[in-house]
Design a protein around this ligand. Structure first.
Ligand SMILES: Cc1cc2nc3c(=O)[nH]c(=O)nc-3n(C[C@H](O)[C@H](O)[C@H](O)COP(=O)(O)OP(=O)(O)OC[C@H]3O[C@@H](n4cnc5c(N)ncnc54)[C@H](O)[C@@H]3O)c2cc1C
Length: 390
């Protein structure tokens, strides 16, 4: 098979990384995106009023243990150190609203219970006096949280936020969402455990533009793909919505979407990048203050986003795949359809209907490009999926 003309639908990380790999292998690559910019959901741009670099589709922090991926992103842009330290408001045992540190750590526990426990004392206190050990086999998010941390911490730090984020009661969500004890018995408030963490000095869009900057790649923005365009290419890599490729003929895969309410402030609005709101009566989940994502910059003005989560309608941007029982059944029907379709490989967060962090997206894109190139050179037909959606 002498395939040489490839189309990438989507100029996000998936399309850019696969496209770059194939362009370097000597193929011609066209990248189309419906939006007016590259970068997909990682897109960043300077706010015209304040000059602050804004994460337009929600805050993105790069964190990984994958040294090849870390070297890859650093070969296209400069990353500066950034540690995500999240705060939350919630009602303490007194019923008063206070600001706490997340993830729930020894500081949070001591502040919440008005104690001065050391790590082993706190561990003993949570596991013997707080955790509901009568729950032997937790099936739901609520059961799991109650078994791990008990009612007080669950209600203060998990319940309200989860209800707002997912639009349902935690007793309707699977236990698998809370895989391990979501509490630290030390004062480590770094949100992520990963070895490499940082933020691109000039934003993610510049990084993705650098990945796409290759003589064999042409980028067409504000170009909506439809399937009739596929005939012009030898193969399509599609990072749009899997159900969208099929015109939603079996129904729509469910997503949560986000609304961002922008406001500006003179000075420092909240003193940190991310403030969660644990109380269910506050309608938004969090406020992000974007200048704190670039602590090496200095700005008088500040731009913040109040973030609201709700069910995604056909006119909204799909953010978080729901992946409950109903969606997984529908997903499996779409996967079966896709497996019978030739000339396209479904990639990325929308193409495989999974939540993927950026480092995982890049890892999968590199693996996909390599496996696809091997299939080509050994005369095998390209696959619909190189990463299984189910
Ligand atoms: C709110 C939020 C916060 C996140 N925060 C983090 C974080 O802190 N750290 C982290 O590592 N990851 C984070 N992520 C994950 C990150 O956004 C993804 O890993 C990444 O965006 C996946 O890239 P992608 O190329 O697969 O998809 P996308 O970025 O969605 O790119 C797909 C592109 O395809 C285009 N497209 C779709 N259909 C068509 C069509 N028919 N025609 C033309 N163009 C089309 C879209 O316009 C889009 O630009 C976050 C995700 C969300 C939702």
């Amino acid at each position: 098979m002498s395939t040489t003309k490839f189309l990438m639908v989507g100029a996000g990380l998936s399309g850019a990384v696969i496209g770059r790999h194939l362009a370097e292998a000597g193929h011609d690559v066209t990248v189309v995106d419906a939006r007016s910019h590259v970068g997909g959901n990682c897109h960043t741009e300077r706010d015209a009023e304040t000059g602050v670099m804004v994460h337009v589709y929600g805050p993105h922090i790069f964190h990984t243990d994958d040294s090849e991926v870390w070297d890859y992103v650093n070969s296209y842009t400069t990353f500066l150190p950034y540690k995500n330290r999240v705060k939350t408001t919630s009602k303490g045992v007194s019923g008063e609203r206070e600001v706490y540190s997340l993830p729930v750590n020894l500081h949070t526990i001591n502040q919440f219970f008005r104690r001065t426990m050391r790590p082993d004392e706190a561990h003993e206190f949570i596991t013997t006096e707080q955790a509901d050990t009568s729950i032997a086999d937790p099936q739901t998010f609520e059961d799991q949280a109650m078994r791990f941390v008990g009612r007080d911490l669950y209600e203060a730090f998990f319940k309200g936020y989860t209800m707002k984020q997912w639009g349902c009661h935690p007793s309707e969500l699977p236990a698998s969402i809370l895989k391990r004890l979501p509490v630290r018995f030390n004062y480590d408030d770094n949100y992520f455990f990963h070895k490499y963490q940082g933020m691109p000095e000039n934003g993610y869009t510049e990084m993705v533009a650098a990945i796409l900057d290759h003589p064999r790649i042409s980028v067409k923005l504000e170009t909506v793909f439809d399937r009739s365009q596929a005939a012009e290419y030898d193969h399509v890599f599609y990072s749009g919505a899997l159900d969208g490729w099929f015109g939603y003929e079996l129904g729509r895969l469910g997503y949560r979407t986000l609304d961002f309410e922008r406001f500006t402030y003179q000075g420092d609005y909240q003193g940190c990048a991310v403030m969660n709101y644990g109380e269910v009566e506050v309608p938004y989940t969090r406020i992000t203050e974007h200048k704190h994502f670039a602590p090496w910059e200095s700005h008088e003005g500040s731009v913040c986003y109040r973030e609201f989560s709700r069910k995604c309608t056909p006119d909204d941007i799909p953010y978080y795949p729901i992946r409950q029982v109903r969606e997984k059944a529908l997903l499996s029907d779409y996967v079966a359809l896709a497996e019978k379709t030739q000339g396209v490989t479904f990639v990325g967060r929308l193409g495989t209907y999974r939540y993927l962090d950026m480092d995982v997206t890049i890892r999968e894109a590199l693996d996909t490009a390599r496996a696809f190139a091997a299939d080509l050179s050994e005369g095998r037909a390209p696959r619909a999926f190189y990463q299984a959606p189910l």
